[in-house]
Design a protein around this ligand. Structure first.
Ligand SMILES: [Zn+2]
Length: 262
């Protein structure tokens, strides 16, 4: 598709020309297929990350790679747990190898600026391991000048915005699974995927400050949310989205240079 920022929409010749002439930043969204409460979609992590990546790519004249749409085992204290129907987890080593292989291939194409956007908590260290392994392999293959920056978009939300979105106090990112922030983003970006009549009304789910294996599915959230999303709104979603896209754009320009060939 002419003008698309999505690599998957481009012909190989158009892609090659962009990479060799413009040296664009390539953004790789990583999410999960994981329950996000009875009111929002299983693909929430991937959908929101991809839509943010698309907007940032337009701002920085970058390209968006197809997402990694499956994530590592959902944990009770950060994602509700692996036991919900629909939650489809991959092993950490599988994700690590996926990240490594994809990044190495971009290196072979001539890409030297990569922004990894990962949103699923349980992925984090396997994504980092995949990045480190890719860099090690590329050094061995004498691929010079590769730079990879890893982002979690929610870390760009300022205290001022948190204060407006959570007037009764911010519960912390781990408890925001299928909560006010992600539901607000969906209400703004993909309202057709949200049914607020099914939003759980319970308060914050309390867990002890440790993890038990094997996990008892009866001990955690029954709805899948870790906090009620009822105060979510499209207005909050727009506030968060605009702030995050502007901040990610600035961070990518700062790390990779304003002009494409920097
Ligand atoms: Zn997740």
């Amino acid at each position: 598709m002419p003008g698309s920022v999505m690599i998957a929409d481009m012909s190989w010749t158009d892609y090659q020309r962009r990479i060799e002439q413009d040296f664009p930043v390539v953004l790789l969204p990583i999410g999960s297929l994981e329950q996000h409460g009875p009111h929002s979609p299983l693909g929430s992590d991937e959908i929101l990350t991809r839509l943010i990546a698309n907007a940032v790519a337009v701002s920085v004249d970058g390209l968006v790679a197809p997402s990694i749409s499956y994530g590592c085992r959902s944990q009770p204290r950060t994602g509700g747990g692996w036991h919900f129907s629909g939650t489809t987890s991959i092993e950490g080593r599988t994700l690590m190898l996926l990240v490594r292989d994809i990044l190495q291939e971009f290196g072979r194409h001539g890409v030297r600026k990569i922004a990894v956007l990962d949103t699923h908590f349980e992925n984090e260290w396997f994504v980092i391991e995949g990045i480190e392994e890719a860099l090690k392999e590329m050094r061995r293959d004498e691929v010079d000048g590769m730079k990879i920056v890893k982002f979690r978009y929610f870390e760009f939300i300022t205290p001022g915005t948190l204060g407006r979105v959570f007037p009764d106090g911010f519960p912390g990112w781990a408890l925001e699974h299928a909560g006010v922030m992600t539901t607000s983003l969906h209400l703004y970006l993909t309202p057709e995927l949200v049914d607020m009549s099914k939003a759980p009304l319970h308060g914050v789910i309390e867990y002890p400050p440790y993890d038990v294996f094997p996990f008892d599915p009866n001990a955690g959230t029954r709805s899948g949310s870790l906090n009620s999303p009822v105060s979510a709104s499209a207005e909050s979603g727009k506030l968060i989205f605009d702030e995050v896209v502007a901040a990610l754009t600035a961070a990518i320009q700062s790390e990779f240079g304003n002009r494409n060939k920097d």
